[in-house]
Design a protein around this ligand. Structure first.
Ligand code: HEM
Length: 364
């Protein structure tokens, strides 16, 4: 018996599993450049990073820990990818594999315009856009949108579809955190739909419901004032040029009456990343849609395209419009500026360990 326990203890050591006072097992998985920790209370798998769990000596609670070790060690082996053959720290190649897996599940002729890409971009943005530079909370770091109340925030309506879709990838690569998975999916979606290369880095950790940001941090499509996007995006640390670059993502996807209440796509190519949002916004005549729904605009000519009251603010305000004009004229500049602003968005509030390097992924 003693031999078995000693073997298990040294096996745990070999797996770099520090034992703690509380009978929790701190599990370390090396990501490409970051050390991620998860606390597993006894045998039960938890989403919690175990804020109460401190690393420490193994004197007290050793027996309890060893009792849990069989199941916990199995969990560790599974979550660290031992069973999938992965060894050592996660590399850019490992993340390229996750990238490829996301790219593989993106297209689906049965869904919307044939791709989950746009809703993945919206997931990455809503996971990140809750950041507050003053309180330094929110953002993608803790992947909190899978918890209530954040999952139920009105602005996130419909994003359960994107999160559920990505579960297939999560089960293939259980070692990746939700924040890393969702932001990487946002990168995959932009790149696979023909957008610019977005440098990305890993390092987000799974938090708990207690880490959810308060409701009301994301913008409201019904708000027509230029002050509204400024209030929201300045809070995150963006300037006017970056705000305009980001809103250009409305080239992609569409509004759904059962999610936001609004209806329709912004462009005729909602699954191709381009500067079309700016071109359409400037060149079409936009009239109020006559319907039994929230106020929105449709293009007078075809009635098929839409703009939110919030989108129209970008041509009403001269400091914003300057950038709308620039991006409508110069798609190359738009791609470069979008890549910079989008990377910044996805990284808001993530304390990457020093020396964490950007990764760039090859489109499939
Ligand atoms: C003033 C700022 C913004 C407002 C008010 C706004 C509002 C909205 C609304 C109301 C929808 C429709 C949701 C639905 O019914 O499915 C939507 C969709 C979308 N938004 Fe935004 N948004 C803003 C900024 C952004 C930013 C910064 C990005 C990305 C960088 C983005 C990307 C998208 C995408 C890709 C969709 C389409 C989703 C799909 O097809 O399922 N939005 N947005």
């Amino acid at each position: 018996m003693f031999y078995k326990l000693a073997t298990m203890a040294s096996a745990l050591q070999a797996l770099r599993v520090p034992l703690t006072r509380t009978g929790m097992m701190m599990m370390s998985t090396q990501t490409g450049h970051a050390m991620r920790r998860k606390a597993i209370p006894q045998v039960v798998r938890s989403y919690s990073a175990g804020p109460g769990a401190k690393e420490g000596g193994s004197k007290v609670g050793l027996w309890a820990v060893l009792a849990a070790a069989g199941a916990g060690g199995g969990y560790y082996a599974w979550s660290s990818g031992i069973f999938t053959g992965a060894k050592g720290p996660r590399t850019a190649e490992d993340y390229q594999k996750v990238y490829n897996a996301i790219a593989k599940i993106m297209d689906d002729s049965e869904y919307d315009d044939g791709s989950y890409g746009p809703v993945l971009v919206r997931l990455a943005w809503h996971a990140s856009g809750t950041y507050d530079k003053t309180t330094k909370d929110g953002g993608s770091h803790k992947g909190t949108m899978r918890f209530e109340p954040e999952s139920k925030h009105g602005a996130n309506a419909g994003l359960h579809i994107a999160r559920a879709k990505l579960e297939a990838v999560k089960s293939q690569f259980p070692w990746i955190s939700y924040g890393d998975l969702w932001t990487l999916a946002g990168v995959v979606a932009v790149q696979e739909m023909g957008g610019p290369i977005i440098p990305w880095k890993p390092g987000r950790v799974d938090g708990t419901a207690a880490d959810c940001p308060p409701d009301g941090r994301l913008p409201d499509g019904a708000n027509p004032t230029p002050q509204h996007p400024r209030d929201v995006f300045y809070r995150m640390g963006f300037n006017d040029q970056e705000i305009v670059a980001l809103i250009g993502a409305h080239t992609l996807g569409r509004c759904h009456t059962d999610r936001s209440g609004f209806d329709g796509p912004w462009t005729n190519s909602p699954t191709a990343f381009s500067n079309s949002f700016f071109v359409e916004l400037l060149n079409r005549k936009w009239v109020e849609k006559k319907w039994n729904g929230p106020k929105q605009f449709v293009d007078k000519e075809s009635g098929q395209l839409m703009m939110l009251p919030a989108d129209m603010a970008f041509v009403k305000d001269s400091a914003f419009k300057k950038w709308v004009d620039a991006y409508a004229k110069d798609e190359k500049q738009y791609f470069a500026d979008f890549a910079q602003a989008y990377q910044k968005l996805l990284e808001l509030g993530v304390p990457f360990p020093e020396g964490t390097k950007d990764m760039k992924f090859k489109p499939t």
